[in-house]
Design a protein. Structure first.
Length: 197
């Protein structure tokens, strides 16, 4: 039986400024900045917050690139392979799509972003006054997240330690919400034998 494979983008898009007016996009991952050309940025953006099969990636890219007249010069496969080589795209495989999804997500971690009230307030004001977004619409964008019980547990764990998705799943299954030290984490997730339970 042929293995199923799924792909997604990792990292965080940021803008670097050089000189007075020049800025360019970079993807930040693991404390390092990666510059992308326009076509690679299309692929990375198409897979950001999206999980696709190999066949679906070019379709997503074509949708995004439809407004970029003349910027597409090489096959999507070449860009995908380059981003995989650089670690900005990751994949998971398995006998079923569920296995492939677990393989893809199990090694990835969740890194919470800061939820500073000051930052949220400044961003809200920027949207309203600089970008001229109506207050009612901006309020929708900046309202507090309504998390489910499981989402709240995941975020509490993610704030306590850098955990892989598999480790978070194991902690939630075991009912662990507090990780006072590394020993507790190791015993919860890996048990006495030292292997992921």
């Amino acid at each position: 039986m042929e293995q199923k494979k799924l792909y997604t983008a990792v990292g965080r898009l940021s803008r670097q400024t050089e000189g007075h007016c020049q800025s360019y996009p970079v993807v930040m991952l693991g404390g390092q900045d990666y510059m992308l050309d326009v076509q690679e940025l299309v692929v990375w953006t198409a897979l950001n917050w999206r999980i696709c099969t190999w066949e679906d990636i070019p379709l997503q890219c074509d949708k995004l690139a439809s407004s970029l007249n003349g910027c597409i010069s090489r096959p999507w496969d070449a860009c995908i392979n380059r981003l995989l080589f650089r670690g900005l795209l990751v994949s998971g495989c398995g006998e079923t799509e569920y296995d492939a999804l677990y393989d893809l997500l199990s090694s990835l971690g969740i890194i919470p972003t800061s939820d500073s009230v000051l930052l949220r307030g400044a961003s809200f004001l920027k949207f309203v006054f600089s970008r001229h977004i109506p207050v009612k619409q901006a309020l929708k964008l900046f309202r507090k997240d309504q998390r489910t019980d499981y989402e709240s547990r995941v975020m509490r764990l993610a704030h306590q330690a850098i955990l892989s998705t598999a480790e978070i799943i194991k902690c939630v299954e075991q009912g662990v919400t507090v990780l006072p030290d590394e020993k507790t984490l190791l015993e919860t997730v890996y048990g006495q034998g030292g292997h992921l339970l």
